[in-house]
Design a protein around this ligand. Structure first.
Ligand SMILES: Cc1ncc(COP(=O)(O)O)c(C=O)c1O
Length: 419
């Protein structure tokens, strides 16, 4: 067994006092049965239904992957030696020190003890929720968000959803978020860069959000898995763990690195007492990252620049092809501002919601794309008129040929919404 994690309890969670209850128009999910018990994982069910019968997969948000020999060929001599001598014992519960040291260089002023490695970003978010939240607590979830992340919160405690504003190019409404804070609120969970909107948080909103969380002593966890694929990385803020003493950055190698199969993610946080609780939550899940994956993750992180540059190049070329294709069908699609190289999100002009079009494309054209209906949440109303089309595939051209052919033959402008 891996060494047992320390069982330290945080001294205080700075419980805010005297806060108003949320206004009646903000839906609050009460703790009870996890939504998963009554509601399917919509994205997972859609993929299970269609992925085996479609030929062209544009559903993924992860970058083009690589083979094991290609990754191993990038190993520096010490990693090559680690790989050759690898034992298959349990690894360290926090992650190997050399892996955490490499990860820590991505966060200003953090060191390896500020990092806990996990089996992907999803386990990391589950551990964060488990470490912070108790059944009587309340959390705020900014939507849309990956459904399992929402469940990580709502399966433990009550939650209020704050949807990004449609007409504000997916800006976060800080006033609405502030109004949702209650005496029991412990955590604000965000996902910037966001899926499926691609939106990045603007510097003013981020500063205001941090100030708000600091004022009320709230933890602020950001799922940052789409950082490597933002359109213009020079505009990105620093990771939340570098900016706020109660900021928690979650990331993984799944998206921009194209290494989802390594199941290697992490949590970065300035607060080591919180990380001790995270470790306790993780001991009931994976316990430790698989030993071979730690070495492979280390190789990939040290070779991050060429890996990410190659993946961004593929995605940019795919985005150009996709936009050219959709421009030919402007009676069906309204092109939107691209925000992230992991996926593109055109709005459909059809009267039926995007689920109808996505189902037709999967069933009749063999093209798998994701309708935004898959991000539905009981916590807030979200837009349903867009598709999320992944940009990581090395086979975009044949997929677009099939898409183009179907649209020409089977989708008529008469189906368009009479705007
Ligand atoms: C926003 C977001 N967070 C987390 C995950 C899960 O990441 P991982 O594969 O690293 O667990 C996904 C996967 O699609 C995602 O879209």
């Amino acid at each position: 067994m891996p060494a047992a994690p320390p069982t330290t309890t945080p001294a205080s969670h700075n419980r805010p006092t005297g806060l108003a209850r949320p206004p009646a128009d903000q839906p609050v999910h009460r703790k009870g049965r996890p939504p998963g018990a009554t509601e399917a994982f919509a994205l997972g069910s859609f993929l299970a239904r269609w992925s085996s019968v479609t030929v062209h997969d544009l559903s993924a948000s992860e970058s083009a992957t690589m083979t094991l020999p290609t990754l191993l060929a990038m190993a520096q001599p010490d990693d090559a030696a680690r790989w050759a001598a690898l034992g298959l014992d349990y690894s360290h519960p926090r992650g190997a020190s050399w892996l955490r040291a490499e990860i820590a260089t991505r966060y200003r002023a953090l060191d390896p003890d500020n990092i806990v490695c996990c089996a992907g970003a999803q386990e990391a978010i589950t551990c964060v929720a488990g470490a912070i939240l108790d059944p009587g607590d309340h959390a705020i979830v900014v939507l849309p968000i990956y459904q399992p992340s929402e469940w990580a919160v709502t399966s433990v405690c009550a939650a209020t959803g704050i949807a990004l504003r449609h007409r504000g190019r997916w800006r976060l409404d800080i006033d609405r978020l502030a109004a949702a804070i209650r005496r029991e609120t412990r955590l604000v969970l965000i996902n910037f860069p966001n899926s499926p909107t691609g939106a990045q948080i603007d510097p003013d909103s981020l500063a205001a959000l941090i100030a708000l969380c600091r004022h009320y002593g709230l933890w602020l966890a950001n799922d940052e898995v789409y950082r490597m694929t933002t359109l213009d990385p020079t505009l990105d803020p620093l990771p939340i763990a570098a900016l706020y003493e109660r900021g928690i950055s979650v990331n993984s190698l799944s998206k921009g690195h194209g290494l989802a199969g390594l199941r290697t993610g992490w949590i970065a946080c300035q607060d080591r007492v919180l990380l001790a609780k995270v470790l306790l939550a993780k001991s009931g899940l994976s316990s430790c990252v698989a030993a071979p994956n730690e070495v492979l993750a280390h190789i990939a992180l040290r070779a991050e620049a060429p890996i990410v540059a190659r993946n961004r190049g593929i995605a940019q070329a795919n985005l150009d092809l996709l936009q050219a294709c959709l421009t030919r069908h402007s009676q069906i699609f309204e092109l939107t501002q691209p925000n992230n190289l992991a996926f593109y999100a055109p709005r459909t002009r059809l009267a039926a919601d995007a689920a109808d079009l996505a189902t037709r494309l999967a069933g009749a054209a063999g093209v798998l794309v994701l309708p935004w209906t898959l991000w539905r949440s009981p916590l807030a109303e979200l837009a349903t008129d867009r598709l999320r089309i992944g940009l990581g595939t090395p086979a975009m051209a044949p997929a677009l040929a099939a898409l183009d052919d179907y649209l020409v033959r089977h989708v008529t402008p008469a189906e368009a919404h009479p705007w």
